[in-house]
Structure formats: structure tokens, C-alpha cells
Ligand binder design. Structure first.
Ligand code: FE2
Length: 389
């Protein structure tokens, strides 16, 4: 049986549903009320500020209504003398009464870390299907959220086709490299990316703040031998470093590295961020790793610098380990989209014979995750309707 009890001062309730108990503070419940005076029915935005709720708020009465559909809790808040309803499903979805501390370096359960065993089952989609079916788009975007990347194959072989890829989920982010940048051999390269040299696995543009969180690389010509693309899951590399050397991992998360790019006239981009970034609750937020644009590190205390370099070196070795990398060759019309805060990309060297022409651009994960969340909701609604029918 489901029950609700109120603590003596009315500042907390305990809700037991199917044998599991969650406590909620009266202030939290009042602040998150779902009624039309607290939340706009039009856009879901909160209509009141916390200052509009009395600091002395407490709950005088709480009742469950098992006969209602959906099952609901009604709580009466004093001194406002205001009764508000909360669906139990909503309360359980937003419950925060958990004592487990996930520690440092955890990642979202919806993210799957990977290594080279992902070869042969690469997350990918077909350009035409993903562009014309919301279900195929949903699956493809979910791959990017889960693995930090996905390929998209068989697109148009024409310049700027990559902007159509970005249109599927968000907006292009223009930078000093332009809306779109060309990745082909240049005579006087402004960046080593525009040469035939092999590039160590890296994240792009760590010298920006905020960093572009998505990169798209789209192949238009690919007859030069070599130049295969290689991807590495930076979260997997960070997890391995943490397992081997927890103190070294801690140093890379606790102290900022510095990055700089001043390779062209009128540009001097600088950023100061940790190589492995954690949220205050320990969640892995992102990786910045790029030997080409690392600037002198001057934010690590002298007594920690030697071990910092040991950890930095080891992280690079882990990233270079073939056991972690997947590789593939793009054919004209193929592209890949990566979460640039998680997945590192590399390129094998390619020769002067034949051609290799890719176009690249940046966009952002928030737009992609927004599109995915909207499709997720629509998908759940459709499945629910099918069940109810
Ligand atoms: Fe790059």
C-alpha cells in the first residue's frame, strides 16, 4: 500500500510507493508546483520567484488519491493555505532522496563507453533515411548521445552538403575558420590539419571557451591512399587513467591546462580549462586533449607538476593505444558527427597522389540533445497511444 507521512514540523514528507520511500522537502515541493499560477500552462516556465514563497513554508496536510488517474498526492502548504496536486509518477521521476555518492568520474547511464571492439558495429545511419524518417533520425541521434559519435552514409557528393547534416539537429557554429572549413592540403597551411601529416587523436579547438561541442567531417573526394579516420572514446581513456593512477587522474581534473591558437593574422584564442573536466558532483563533463595547441601550463603548483606530466603522458599513451581506437575510411558522401567534448579524432598520414577533400564544420550538442528529447517524447507518446488503443 502507498502511504504518505508528514514530519513533525511539516518541513518534510515521506512518500512510500510500492515499498520504496522517498523524502521531499516542503520548500522543494512548493517551488516545483505544477499548477497554473506557478508554471505557465503555455510554455511550462516558472511564473514565480523563490522570494514569492514564504521562507516559513510547511505542509499541514498530505493525502494520496489512489482512485484518481493518474495517482496523485495533494499537499496543503502553509502559511499560504494552498493545496497543490502532484502525480505520483512525476514525484518518482524527480525523487532526489538517494544516499549513494557516485564518486568522481561517473558518466550518464545513457552513455556507453567503448573501445576497438565497437568495430564492425559502428553507429551509423543512411543520409536519405535519416533525412526523411523521424524514427531513423531518432535512432541516429540516440547513437551520438550514447557513443559520442555516429557516421552518416550515402549523402550528396557536393560542396556544403554537410550543412544539411547540421540542419537535421541544430545550427552551425561559425568560427574564425568560417562557416565551413576545407580539410585538404594547402600550400601555406594555417593549421596542421590542412597538410598530409598524420594527426594524433585530439579534440578540436580546445583554445575556445566554450569549445564547439560538435564537429562534422564530410568527405567529398577520397582517392589518396591513407588518410583513414580514427576515433577514440575520451571518456574510456579517462576511466582507464583513473583506474591506473587515481592521483594522476585527480590532478588532470583539478588543475587547468592552457590552450592557445594564434596561427593566423588577427587571431589569438586562449582558454584555461582542465584536460579532464568534472562537474562539482564528479560527473565527467568533457575532455580537452590537443598536443598541437597546448600552451605552457602555469596553473599547476610546482609540487604537483612532475606527477601532472606523468599523468598527461600516460593519458596520451592510453589515447594512442590501438586497443581503444576504431578506424574507418569515408567515401565521398559519407560523414561522421562527433561529440567534441568526449570523442577524439585522428587521421593517418596520406600521400600526395590522388585527392582527399573533406569539409568540416562545428555545431553544438545542446541543440542535438534538444532535438533528441523532442523526438523521444513524441516516440513515447506514440507508444503509449498504441498501448492504450
Ligand atoms: Fe581535428
Amino acid at each position: 500500500m502507498n502511504t504518505v507521512t508528514i514530519a513533525p514540523k511539516g518541513n518534510v514528507i515521506s512518500l512510500t510507493v510500492d515499498g520504496n520511500t522517498s523524502r521531499f522537502h516542503a520548500m522543494w515541493l512548493r517551488d516545483n508546483a505544477l499548477d497554473k499560477d506557478t508554471r505557465s500552462p503555455d510554455n511550462g516556465q516558472r511564473l514565480i520567484a523563490l522570494q514569492d514563497i514564504p521562507a516559513s513554508t510547511y505542509i499541514s496536510q498530505a493525502q494520496l488519491h489512489p482512485q484518481q488517474h493518474p495517482h496523485t498526492l495533494t499537499a496543503t502548504f502553509m502559511p499560504e493555505n494552498k493545496s497543490l496536486d502532484y502525480p505520483l509518477v512525476w514525484l518518482l521521476e524527480h525523487a532526489y532522496d538517494t544516499s549513494c555518492d557516485p564518486g568522481k568520474g561517473w558518466h550518464k547511464p545513457c552513455q556507453t563507453l567503448w573501445d576497438n571492439r565497437l568495430m564492425g558495429k559502428l553507429p551509423e545511419g543512411d543520409f536519405h533515411r535519416v533525412s526523411t524518417s523521424t524514427q531513423a533520425l531518432h535512432t541516429w541521434l540516440a547513437h551520438i548521445a550514447r557513443f559520442g559519435f555516429a557516421k552518416l552514409n550515402n549523402g550528396p557528393v557536393k560542396p556544403l552538403a554537410l550543412t544539411q547534416v547540421v540542419d537535421l539537429f541544430g545550427h552551425l557554429r561559425e568560427t574564425n575558420y568560417g562557416k565551413v572549413f576545407e580539410v585538404k592540403v594547402e600550400e601555406k597551411p594555417t593549421n596542421l590539419a590542412f597538410t598530409g601529416l598524420a594527426l594524433q587523436a585530439h579534440t578540436d579547438n580546445p583554445y575556445r571557451d566554450p569549445v564547439p561541442t560538435i564537429q562534422v567531417l564530410y568527405c567529398l573526394e577520397s582517392s589518396a591512399p591513407g588518410g583513414d579516420n580514427v576515433l577514440v572514446d575520451g571518456f574510456m581513456a579517462a576511466a582507464q587513467l583513473q583506474k591506473e593512477d587515481p592521483h594522476g587522474f585527480d590532478l588532470l581534473t583539478r588543475y587547468c591546462a592552457r590552450f592557445e591558437y594564434a596561427g593566423e593574422e588577427g587571431v589569438c584564442l586562449q582558454a584555461k580549462r582542465p584536460m579532464i573536466e568534472l562537474a562539482p558532483d564528479g560527473q565527467l563533463q568533457g575532455i580537452r586533449f590537443n598536443n598541437r595547441s597546448a600552451a605552457p601550463f602555469s596553473d599547476i603548483p610546482f609540487e604537483h607538476m612532475a606527477h601532472y606530466y606523468v599523468a598527461y603522458r600516460r593519458l596520451g599513451e592510453i589515447i594512442n593505444d590501438p586497443a581503444l581506437e576504431i578506424g574507418f575510411r569515408l567515401k565521398p558522401g559519407d560523414c561522421f558527427v562527433i561529440d567534441n567534448t568526449r570523442v577524439l579524432h585522428a587521421r593517418k598520414a596520406f600521400s600526395g597522389s590522388g585527392t582527399r577533400w573533406l569539409q568540416g564544420c562545428y555545431a553544438d550538442m545542446d541543440g542535438l540533445l534538444s532535438r533528441l528529447a523532442v523526438l523521444d517524447k513524441a516516440h513515447k507518446k506514440t507508444s503509449q497511444n498504441i498501448t492504450e488503443d
